[in-house]
Design a protein around this ligand. Sequence first.
Ligand code: NAD
Length: 478
Amino acid sequence: MESMLNEIETRLFINGEFRASSSRETFKVVYPYTKQVVAQVQTADIQDVEDAVTAANAAFPAWRDLGTDKRAIYLRRLAQLILESNNELAKLETLSTGRPISQFFDASVAADLFAYYAGGGWTAQGTASLNTPDHLNLTVKQPYGVVALIIPWNFPLVMLAGKLAPALAAGNTVVLKSSEKAPLTSLYVAKLIEKAGFSPGVINIISGFGNPTGAALASHMIVRCISFTGSTATGQKIQAAAAESNMKHVHMELGGKSPAIIFEDADLETAVTQTQFSVQFNSGQVCSANSRIYVHESVAKQFVKLFREKFAAVRMGDPLDPATTHGPQVDLLQYNRIKEYLDIGEKDGTLSLGGDANDGFFVRPTIFEGVAEDSRLMQEEVFGPVVVINTFFTETEAIQKANNSGFGLYAAVFTKDIDRAVRLAKALDAGTVGVNCTSPTNAKDTAFGGFKMSGNGREGLLYSLDSFLETKSILIKT
Ligand code: NAD
């Protein structure tokens, strides 16, 4: 491990070169399990942001004019290099976030995304019309220019790929800011970008905090579009900065408080397996985790018994050990946040499993029952392995409770009644409704995004590509 730590890239990647930050300031990346400092990473300051945007701006015309096929060659090369780096990326991701290495499948997902958008670039088309006399009217799609991508820490590599691949395929140049909690995989990908032969400035990867690094990108006058994934509170700040600066386009993938509804006719085994996975994977640090479960009164006892058994059967330990299935939370801040919600749960409901945390940042899978609907535990995102199981009697009541949230990212329904499933799918305020299944979703097969405070715009499929394209009309008098 020591030799690997010595090789970790910690500098900024700007204009095709690795370099120190202008201020020489650094921040620590800590392995949450041992609290060992894994790396001291260079922080991009305002000058570095300026340099990165300037480089991306200079590289834009040539990258745009390269055309879809030639851009695709680079994307495919990068996909291959990511696949070949699976083991290194897995270790870096585990060291920065504490996610068990046994849960790492992200290199193949990321590589797939680059390969998919390499081909998808050709669909960046508009429409043509001869409807107006003496005119050929065209509506075409073209890249914005410089786009900024700001990503969170919970799945750093997949988040990078989900934005970078379509942004590049559409013909934009990019400044990507990783999360201050997990910058290492992005920096590793920067090395692969160099190897893949992208021209200097096409992709710039910088590390740093929300302030000043992210904020400087959000308010930059040259950046024409910003694609953000993270918390709703940060999304609001970025949207405000975008509006106040140059009205740049914003695309927001934000937080959630996703409900799952279990009807009396559901296959309970499936419902339990799916819902407990959703809230346990990555120690509950998943935007679409179904942290509110509503189960029909008549099957509640049985459901809770099965859920408790499965949820408790995790193996906590060193996330680098392939046998570990439950890792620590990402850091002290996150751990303390969750502890606050455990106290709220004790006050506003009944503890049914877990509820304890230890100073290794571990939070045991936790269930509360009978929590008041207006409790902060029901209304705010915990981002930990903490689930509330409440009950309902009627379909109307279930819908009303599920929709009683400021968020609207993902909702799941478990029933064998297809008519009911369709009624619920229509009625639930969520960007995605899973019938007899929960997240994760497949970005190549469905759109993903939120209603309400969970965001605006959609990622996945060609929705991502479209989010990185301007629409222009060209009217030709004949
Ligand atoms: P966060 O909002 O704290 O940070 C996200 C990113 O924004 C980081 O890179 C951070 O440095 C940056 N940032 C912070 N303040 C900024 C500012 N003022 N201007 C510009 N950038 C700023 O979120 P997080 O803790 O990294 O991630 C967890 C959150 O992300 C959860 O709410 C989760 O639900 C959400 N999330 C959503 C999705 C989705 O697809 N909807 C996916 C993953 C995570």
